[in-house]
Write a protein that binds this ligand. Structure first.
Ligand code: URA
Length: 324
C-alpha cells in the first residue's frame, strides 16, 4: 500500500508543482544585483568572542524595542521579531557559510552586517488634504530629476487605494513607460502569476515603484532620483495606510529598508522596519526570477514561492484580525 505523505511533504510538492505552472519568459529587460560585501582577514578566536557579544546585544535590543508607528525615534533596522520568529535567525547575524579556515587560524569572511538604526522619514508637512488625484497631477508635472526629459508617461501606481498590502518595486521599465502602469511587462506578468497562485486578488493590493518615471535603458535608479521621488511614495502610503509592504528586489529593499542590510539573497523572506515605519517583507524581484529557469527546491523561484505564501499568511492574519 502506498505510504501516506506527511503534511510537510505534500506542501513541498504542492509548492513546486504550482510554481512550475508559471511560465518563464525568455528575456527580461530588468535585472537583479547582489551587493558585493568587502572581505577582510580576521582572527578566529576574537571573531567568536565579538560575535557572541554582538549577538547578545542584538537580541537584547530586539526584545527591548517595540516598533511604534508614531515614534520618530530611530528603530532597529533588523527584522521585526513580532512578525517573524525566523527574522532573528542566526543566518542574519552569523557572518557566512563560505568561511574558510587557513593553517594560520585566520578566517576570510564577509563583514558582518550590523543592524544600525535607520531614520524613519519625517511626516510630510502641508499635505493634510492630499488626494490621489493631486498626487498624480504633481507626478505628471514633476521635474525634480532628469527622468522627466526621457519619460513617455509617468507611472504613479495602480490598485486598491485602501490596500492593506502595498508591493513596491524600483522603477518602471519600457512597457510601464508606454502604458503608464507598473508591472505590466514580462516581470509584471510573472508577478501576477505569483500573487494569483498565492491566493491574492490583485484588486486587493496596491502596486507601485519608488521611481515614478523610467530610467533610460532600464538602468538602476540612482540615489538622488530615489530621494527626490520618495515624497510621492510617502504621500501614497500616507493615504493608503497599508499594514504591510512587500518590497521587490535588491534596489527597492536597500532603499526602503536601509543601505546596510545584506544582499537580497540573504534577507528575502524576512520582515524589517522601513523608512516609512511600516513592516516590510523583503522579496526577490520578478525579473530576477524569470531569468532562472529552474523551479527546483532551493531555487529562487522555489524560495519566492515560500516567501509569497508567508506574506499571504501574514496578510490573512491582518484581514482576519480586522473582521474580529
Ligand atoms: N520593474 C519594476 O521594478 N517595476 C516595474 O513597474 C516594472 C519592472
Amino acid at each position: 500500500m502506498a505510504k501516506k505523505k506527511s503534511e510537510a511533504e505534500s506542501n513541498e510538492i504542492e509548492a513546486v508543482d504550482l510554481i512550475s505552472l508559471l511560465s518563464t519568459p525568455e528575456t527580461t529587460d530588468s535585472y537583479e544585483i547582489e551587493l558585493s560585501v568587502p572581505e577582510q582577514n580576521i582572527d578566529l578566536i576574537a571573531l567568536g568572542k565579538e560575535e557572541l557579544r554582538e549577538e547578545a546585544e542584538k537580541l537584547a535590543k530586539a526584545k527591548a524595542v517595540i516598533p511604534n508607528r508614531e515614534s520618530r525615534s530611530t528603530v532597529p533596522q533588523k527584522a521585526i521579531s513580532s512578525l517573524s520568529p525566523s527574522s532573528l535567525s542566526p543566518s542574519f547575524i552569523t557572518p557566512t557559510r563560505n568561511t574558510t579556515i587557513t593553517s594560520t587560524q585566520t578566517v576570510t569572511k564577509p563583514r558582518a552586517a550590523s543592524p544600525k538604526p535607520i531614520n524613519r522619514l519625517d511626516a510630510l508637512q502641508g499635505y493634510e488634504n492630499d488626494s490621489f488625484e493631486q498626487i498624480i497631477k504633481d507626478i505628471t508635472v514633476c521635474q525634480r530629476c532628469g527622468l522627466c526629459k526621457t519619460r513617455k508617461n509617468v507611472v504613479p501606481g495602480i490598485g486598491n487605494t485602501k490596500a492593506k498590502l502595498v508591493l513596491i518595486g524600483e522603477a518602471p521599465g519600457a512597457d510601464e513607460d508606454i502604458q503608464g502602469k507598473p508591472f505590466v511587462g514580462k516581470a509584471g506578468q510573472h508577478l501576477d502569476k505569483i500573487i494569483a497562485a498565492a491566493g491574492f486578488k490583485k484588486e486587493e493590493l496596491y502596486i507601485c515603484n519608488i521611481l515614478k518615471c523610467r530610467p533610460p535603458n532600464n538602468r538602476d535608479p540612482n540615489n538622488e532620483e530615489m530621494r527626490v521621488c520618495t515624497p510621492f511614495l510617502q504621500r501614497q502610503l500616507a493615504l493608503i495606510k497599508p499594514k504591510i509592504i512587500g518590497c521587490l528586489g535588491n534596489i527597492a529593499c536597500h532603499y526602503v529598508i536601509g543601505p546596510s542590510i545584506p544582499g537580497i539573497t540573504r534577507i528575502r523572506g524576512q520582515w524589517f522596519d522601513s523608512i516609512f515605519g511600516i513592516p516590510t517583507f523583503a522579496m526577490y524581484h520578478p525579473s530576477y526570477l524569470i531569468r532562472s529557469a529552474t523551479r527546483e527546491k532551493g531555487s529562487p523561484n522555489w524560495q519566492m514561492w515560500q516567501d509569497i505564501r508567508a506574506l499571504k499568511a501574514k496578510y490573512d492574519e491582518i484581514i482576519d484580525e480586522r473582521k474580529r
